[in-house]
Design a protein around this ligand. Structure first.
Ligand SMILES: NC(=O)c1ccc[n+]([C@@H]2O[C@H](COP(=O)([O-])OP(=O)(O)OC[C@H]3O[C@@H](n4cnc5c(N)ncnc54)[C@H](O)[C@@H]3O)[C@@H](O)[C@H]2O)c1
Length: 425
């Protein structure tokens, strides 16, 4: 390989920050099939707000050449001069919680068109152990006519960023790497080491690297499920869960997880990938799936708690106005994919409540399109019988809740975040 040129396929939450980082040292072609996203990025605007506009503009270039910098395109033909390909496309689940590999397979097909001898394809998308070798590589081989580990090579390096986290950015998070041969593994590791300040951990195989990523998210899911279960138990016992957790956290080895809704495209999805694969091997994963079930039940549970409180305080339930603060899947980020606030919204509506949602981070059009909800533009001149804080956006810290409350009302703070609180999990 003479000049090193990297093609990054999929410029979302994961792909764009990575492309920007590599572009500070290498010639990078960033390819995405979403032409609207490409048009925004080409003028230095990242709607996900993961990469600051000025940082993006610093690396952008208008021509695809061998100079350092990032050329962004929706035309896959520009990938043909690349010799390293990095795949950062989505891996979601369908309505039956089965893995959707279509974007991964289609990205593999695109790459195969341009693959040349000795090229390296690195997958970053989160998958079950075996997906790279059993699902993706056969597509690369079939479409290119090349032989794996003879004509081309493969690596896997999972991403660990968390959307909205401006401290732990891609270069400051230690990265697990792997490769299909000893030599490839070293090349993949060297490539990431050259830009990741926190360093790398070279895993002994692609399957180990795949498994290491999926269990990170399974572990979080299960731990959150445990505290969610505690919150259900303590609610029945009329004990404040936050106060219990605060007291328990004074022990050195108590893990500081908090109850809440578990949405998004990682923690609420990845356990299903491992569960599905486990079942192919004849093992039914009990803890992983009961954690998922428990966490997925929280929207309904919180809605019932809100209604119980309303009844308790003699607030008329049917037709009452309710405000939900926040609809994104987590705080201080515009990502609404797989948000579990929607379960809460629907459950509250099923009790006959009139529900409104306010979120200063979410895009109005995206929420309308995805969930058919018209987000409030402002909170001015609105009052409610119930207010539920669902997402701890920093803007909500400064809201004066007393202005939003009707005389008889309930404030339910899922995140234990507001200054005024009547009740939290
Ligand atoms: N978002 C996170 O915080 C995070 C963290 C760690 C790992 N991951 C994993 O990284 C992967 C990517 O996640 P994301 O959040 O960046 O997704 P995303 O939806 O934000 O971005 C994916 C991008 O890929 C593009 N795309 C889809 N199919 C394509 C194709 N065939 N060719 C080219 N582009 C295509 C989409 O248009 C989109 O812009 C997933 O496997 C996810 O589980 C995500």
């Amino acid at each position: 390989m003479s000049v090193l040129k990297i093609g990054i396929i999929g410029l979302g939450y994961v792909g764009l920050p990575l492309a920007r980082l590599f572009a500070t040292k290498y010639a990078v072609v960033g390819f995405d099939i979403n032409s609207d996203r490409v048009a925004d990025l080409k003028i230095g605007v990242d709607a996900t707000q993961e990469v600051a506009d000025d940082l993006l503009k610093e690396v952008l270039k208008n021509v695809s050449n061998n100079e350092n910098g990032l050329f962004i395109t929706a035309d896959s033909d520009y990938l043909k001069e690349c010799n390293y390909y990095i795949v950062t496309v989505p891996t979601s689940v369908d309505k039956n919680n089965q893995p959707v590999l279509k974007p991964l397979l289609s990205a593999s097909k695109t790459i195969a068109k341009y693959l040349q001898k000795n090229d390296i394809v690195i997958y970053e998308s989160t998958v079950y152990p075996g997906a790279t070798e059993e699902d993706c590589i056969p597509v690369l081989e079939k479409e290119s006519g090349f032989i794996f580990n003879q004509d081309f090579f493969v690596g896997y390096s999972p991403e660990r960023i968390s959307p909205g986290d401006k401290v732990r950015t891609v270069e400051s998070i230690l990265k697990v790497t792997s490769g299909s041969t000893v030599e490839t593994a070293k090349k993949v590791d060297d490539l990431y080491k050259s830009v990741i300040k926190a360093g790398t951990h070279l895993a002994p195989s692609i399957k180990v690297a795949e498994a290491s990523k999926i269990i990170e998210n399974c572990q979080r899911d299960i731990n959150i499920a445990f505290v969610n279960e505690l919150s259900k138990i303590f609610s029945l016992m009329n004990i404040n869960t936050s106060e219990v957790l605060e007291a328990a956290s004074t022990k050195w080895n108590f893990l500081p997880f908090k109850p809440g809704l578990v949405g998004g495209h990682c923690i609420g999805v990845d356990p299903f990938y491992l569960a599905q694969k486990a079942q192919q091997f004849g093992y039914y994963p009990e803890i992983i799936l009961s954690g998922r079930r428990l966490n997925d039940s929280m929207g309904n549970h919180i809605a019932s708690e809100v209604v119980k409180l309303m009844i308790d305080r003699e607030v008329k339930v049917k037709g009452a106005n309710v405000l939900i603060l926040g609809i994104t899947f987590k705080e201080n980020c515009p990502d609404i994919r797989n948000t579990k606030v929607i379960d809460l919204y629907q459950s509250l509506k099923s009790f006959g409540l009139k529900v409104e949602v306010y979120d200063p981070w979410a895009k109005k059009a995206a929420v309308k399109n995805e969930y058919d909800i018209d987000l409030l533009e402002t909170l001015e001149d609105h009052t409610y019988e119930a207010i539920v804080l669902a997402v701890a956006h920093k803007q909500f810290k400064t809201i004066d809740i007393s202005n939003l409350k009707k005389k008889k009302s309930v404030v339910y703070d899922i995140k234990n975040f507001l200054e005024i609180k009547d009740k939290s999990l």
